[in-house]
Ligand binder design. Structure first.
Ligand code: ZN
Length: 149
């Protein structure tokens, strides 16, 4: 189990060191900023949506390793997905980091499963979930009319 923990740690450190989809995005359809005052994490996320599909998204800001790695892994997971799929994954991720009984083997989570360990550190849950709340706000800000069909 400790080897697995080390592997998880490695993924988080890698995404903290070289975050994916980091930077600004021109002509974004939605933007939002998030702040976690408990830790000092600040994130801004911009998203491009075409016909309900996230075609591009970027994040910017500064924060602890958990918040940055979470934003990086989230952008990788959400790119190419629909807004509806985002909302479903949001629920799964939220359960993963807050619910002791949630399964980390859920295949839909993919690499996001590395954050399962966060549930043992309640103070870090807000770090892990910040990017997700921020992206959800960015979707709400977007002017794209999302079809339910
Ligand atoms: Zn943090």
């Amino acid at each position: 189990m400790s080897d697995l923990r080390d592997l998880y740690q490695e993924v988080i450190l890698d995404h903290n060191r070289s975050p994916r989809n980091f930077g600004s995005l021109e002509d974004a359809d939605g933007r939002a900023a998030g702040h976690n005052p408990l830790c000092g994490d600040r994130l801004a996320i911009a998203v491009k949506i075409v016909d309900g599909v996230v075609t591009d998204l970027r994040f910017d800001g500064s924060g602890c390793a958990i918040s940055k790695a979470s934003a990086s892994l989230m952008t990788e997971a959400i790119k190419g997905k629909t807004v509806d799929e985002f909302h479903r994954l949001f629920e799964r991720f939220h359960a993963l980091v807050t619910d002791q009984s949630a399964s980390a083997d859920d295949a839909t989570l993919g690499k996001l499963a590395v954050f399962a360990g966060v549930r043992d550190y309640p103070a870090r849950v807000k770090c892990a979930i910040l990017a997700w709340h921020t992206l959800r706000s960015a979707f709400n800000e977007s002017h794209e009319v999302v079809s339910t069909e």
